[in-house]
Design a binder for this molecule. Structure first.
Ligand code: C2E
Ligand code: MG
Ligand code: MG
Ligand code: MG
Length: 284
């Protein structure tokens, strides 16, 4: 009887797997058409410079509004795009959109675009970036590329070569989600990063877990000595903002400062010379 029950459980598991695989396959088919059907949109989340309390730039975050499922999380569809290679055309489109919109902003803020490790395997990546900059007229110095440790790990030599080419153009590079992957501090010496983005999992525990604060403090001190800026992601509370400010971090990003929003909403928010209000009083 136990054996039969075991088989039953296994069968049930197989059915569940089938259902998940089919759902994934359906999503993949929809994603193939999402760009042409205008279902993709780039949102922007402001990043505040703590030395001036003003918006320094924005991170471009991809949104997919599925016709029946509503918004699908990038955590769900980016991996599909990476496995199918769709990330190449989609990623190029994001870079183009982000540059075009940033070129039209009422202030000279930077735009940060996430790049997948798969895009770094594409030998045409630097050319695609140059193309987007020249088409939109955005100066290279206003573009930042965010790369996770995974990209650095997957094909170090090709990634390093592409990064050097991009750096030569004046494009800045940030190490995203720092502290979550199989980090090796040697990356920080080998790869030309100007910024380290401390992952939101550390920010979340600030004020609760002394370990999280110790890590933010250590990374901030190390960044300063290496000549890199430290950006803290996922700042949701005034307490977190006060703590990271005290630790000397350069920039902050999170729901407290602003949620990801449409370009239209962003332009209304950054009306020329309007200072960022959030947290302005915190340094006093
Ligand atoms: P990421 O690059 O680390 O982006 C930050 C994520 O944190 C975003 O999630 C953002 O909405 C979220 N976030 C910002 N502030 C807060 C906060 O205060 N609290 C919390 N809980 N979350 C906050 P999102 O937009 O869902 O994107 C998730 C991930 O998907 C991104 O992580 C990035 O790795 C990837 N992604 C998004 N857009 C693109 C893209 O255009 N290309 C590539 N390759 N990946 C992308
Ligand atoms: Mg990012
Ligand atoms: Mg991140
Ligand atoms: Mg992330």
């Amino acid at each position: 009887a136990a054996k039969a029950a075991g088989r039953g459980a296994l069968r049930f598991f197989e059915i569940e797997m089938d259902v998940a695989a089919q759902a994934r396959r359906a999503l993949e088919l929809d994603l193939r058409h999402a760009m042409a059907r205008g279902e993709l949109q780039v949102y922007f989340q402001p990043i505040v410079d703590l030395s001036t309390d003003r918006f320094a730039g924005c991170e471009a975050l991809l949104r997919w509004k599925h016709p029946t499922r509503g918004f699908v999380s990038p955590a769900e569809f980016i991996p599909i795009a990476e496995e199918t290679g769709l990330i190449i055309p989609i990623g190029e489109w994001v870079v183009g959109e982000a540059c075009a919109m940033a070129a039209g902003w009422p202030r000279d803020m930077r735009v940060a675009v996430n790049l997948s490790p798969v895009q770094f395997k594409d030998p045409h990546l630097p050319m695609r970036i140059i193309g987007a900059l020249s088409r939109t007229g955005l100066p290279a110095s206003r573009l930042e590329l965010e790369i996770t440790e995974t990209a650095v790990l997957q094909d170090s030599e090709a990634t390093l070569a592409a990064m050097h080419q991009l750096q030569h153009l004046g494009v800045h590079m940030s190490l995203d989600d720092f502290g979550t992957g199989f980090s090796s501090l040697s990356y920080l010496r080998t790869f030309p990063f100007q910024k380290i983005k401390i992952d939101q999992s550390f920010t979340r525990d600030l004020g609760r877990d002394p370990g999280a604060l110790a890590i933010v403090r250590a990374v901030s001190a190390m960044g300063k000595d290496l000549g890199m800026h430290i950006v803290v992601e996922g700042v949701e509370t005034q307490e977190q903002l006060d703590l990271v400010r005290r630790e000397g971090c350069s920039e902050v990003q999170g729901y407290l400062l602003g949620r990801p929003m449409t370009n239209e909403a962003l332009c209304a928010l950054i009306a020329p010379e309007e200072p960022a209000q959030v947290g302005a009083q915190a340094g006093a």
